[in-house]
Design a protein around this ligand. Structure first.
Ligand code: HEM
Length: 471
């Protein structure tokens, strides 16, 4: 299984030091703030205690649900976005010569390179090649490859590897189904555009890519971010600008974002999901495996008997007006993670919570309290963090934990709080503002009138347009 921390060149052996805080692939938002703790064996032992299965962060298999409207699909949209911006396929040789990714790295943008990879020229195995019986399409009518024999799964090679731009999008069935929906969305846009008289300068493929990317960016800006950080934060940044996320040459992924704030998604994960009318399972179950696991890990063999039940009906994950389904909710924004995330194979301790806390230490992330003070926000009291008193972290709290606690206390588990929301929104909006081809740069007044409804466009619109399955 490809976990999604694995292809981003962000490992504990190359934590960028403050000297490089504004250069290269990774950087820092708060280079002047000291680490929350010194990296000592005692501190590591305490972090392991906090993050262990059955410890203060274990929310059980039925991890508390979101108090209102964030449905389960947004968790995986969040994971999909993470892969889009952290994927860095820089060559092995360059990576070896430049381990801190100071000079060689792929600029992080919301441009769906996980879907398009390097395009039909350099990565033709991801694209559909018409067979001779098909009518010759226009030369630039590149659609994405779909498995014609089993269109409910990603296309795969003979060894079961998904033929997609970023292997991490096969980490679990729900994110792999979302990837498939994006492939279908591109193909539907190609069909839509080729049925109309051409009014653009682009080739058909380039125009379809632009349309797909702009609609995706619209969803991130106008649907996803308002749900996870609140519309007021988004509006504030669009109106008054970014306060903490600045860059000199190229935009970068700040470690406070990738090692703390954006890992908020781990609290949104439910213990179990119902994929369709016949199949529901835990997101991960250490006791099952092989070719037909009874959990939701990705990468299952195409010929496995279980493959037939492993597809998502999207009205179980997002609101569809005319559906009788009530979509599953994401879990609450709090310090509790679902139990399966404490038993992941491939992690030393099994616990994703421990891994996140240890990464924060290795990267020298600041204490949540220091960041709150820096941003002139209300600081959580020792009482608010009393469950950490025994470990000595109630006054200098690991940033990831602090961000989850403020979401729970200040925003009542609905969304990220003032620090977490500000970091996540500034980085995602900043990456769009850095991109010369994004709609925010090219046409800030653009609205998705053609494919959307009433001047807006949501994940549900995208899935409907892509003809992705519903119950
Ligand atoms: C669906 C279940 C998920 C599992 C099993 C999972 C597992 C993991 C694992 C094992 C890592 C690597 C940790 C490390 O070595 O440092 C990781 C990293 C990360 N995860 Fe998740 N994750 C899930 C969902 C999510 C979601 C929904 C989000 C955000 C919305 C998210 C955001 C991140 C980020 C930002 C990183 C660091 C990425 C990087 O280094 O490039 N994850 N996750």
């Amino acid at each position: 299984m490809e976990f999604h921390g694995q292809l981003s060149r962000l490992t504990s052996v190359n934590p960028p030091k403050s000297k490089y805080h504004a250069a290269g692939r990774f950087g820092r938002l708060f280079p002047s703030l000291p680490p929350f703790a010194a990296d000592t064996p005692t501190v590591r032992t305490r972090l392991k205690e906090i993050g262990k299965k059955g410890g203060v962060m274990d929310g059980g298999l039925n991890n508390p649900e979101h108090p209102s409207g964030v449905t389960a699909g947004f968790t995986f949209l969040g994971q999909f976005v993470d892969h889009d911006i952290t994927f860095d396929p820089t060559s092995d040789r360059e990576t070896q010569n430049d381990p801190e990714a100071i000079a060689n790295f792929r600029t992080p943008l919301l441009e769906l390179d996980s879907v398009y990879a390097s395009g039909p020229g350099a990565t033709p195995h991801l694209y559909h090649r018409p067979n001779s019986s098909e009518e010759a399409p226009p030369k630039d009518r590149w659609s994405m490859l779909i498995d014609e024999d089993w269109p409910k799964d990603l296309p795969r090679n003979s060894q079961n590897r998904a033929l997609i731009g970023d292997p991490r999008n096969d980490e679990n069935v729900i994110v792999n189904q979302l990837h498939l929906a994006f492939l279908k969305f591109h193909n539907a846009v190609i069909d839509h555009l080729s049925a109309k008289p051409r009014t653009h300068e682009n080739t058909l493929f380039r125009e379809a890519q632009r349309v797909v990317r702009w609609h995706y960016q619209w969803i991130v800006l106008h649907e996803f971010l308002p749900l996870i950080v609140g519309r007021d934060v988004v509006d504030d940044i669009l109106t008054y600008g970014r306060r903490v996320y600045k860059w000199q040459n190229e935009p970068f992924i700040p470690v406070e974002f990738s090692v703390a704030a954006y890992r908020f998604g781990h609290t949104m994960v439910r213990g179990t999901y119902q994929l369709n009318g016949d199949f529901g399972a835990p997101i991960f179950d250490i006791n099952t495996g092989g070719n037909d696991p009874n959990d939701l890990r990705g990468g299952v063999r195409p010929e496995s008997p279980g493959i037939f039940r492993r597809f998502v009906e999207w009205d179980r994950f997002f609101e569809f007006e005319k559906s009788s389904q009530t979509p599953q909710k994401s879990a609450r924004f709090d310090t509790k993670l679902a139990t399966p995330l404490f038993e992941l194979t491939g992690l030393e301790e099994g616990s994703l919570a421990t891994r996140n806390l240890e990464r924060g230490l290795a990267f020298g992330l600041p204490a949540g309290q220091d960041v709150a003070r820096f941003l002139k926000q209300e600081i959580l009291s020792q009482r608010d963090l009393s469950e950490l008193a025994d470990y000595g972290f109630d006054t200098r709290t690991p940033l990831w934990y602090y961000i989850l606690r403020e979401a729970d206390l200040i925003e009542e588990g609905e969304r990220l709080g003032p620090i977490g929301g500000r970091i996540v929104a500034e980085v995602l909006i900043g990456l769009m503002q850095a991109d010369n081809d994004s709609f925010l740069r090219r046409d800030p007044l653009w609205q998705p009138t053609e494919l959307g409804t009433k001047g807006s466009f949501t994940m549900t619109d995208l899935l409907r347009f892509a003809k992705a399955p519903v119950s």
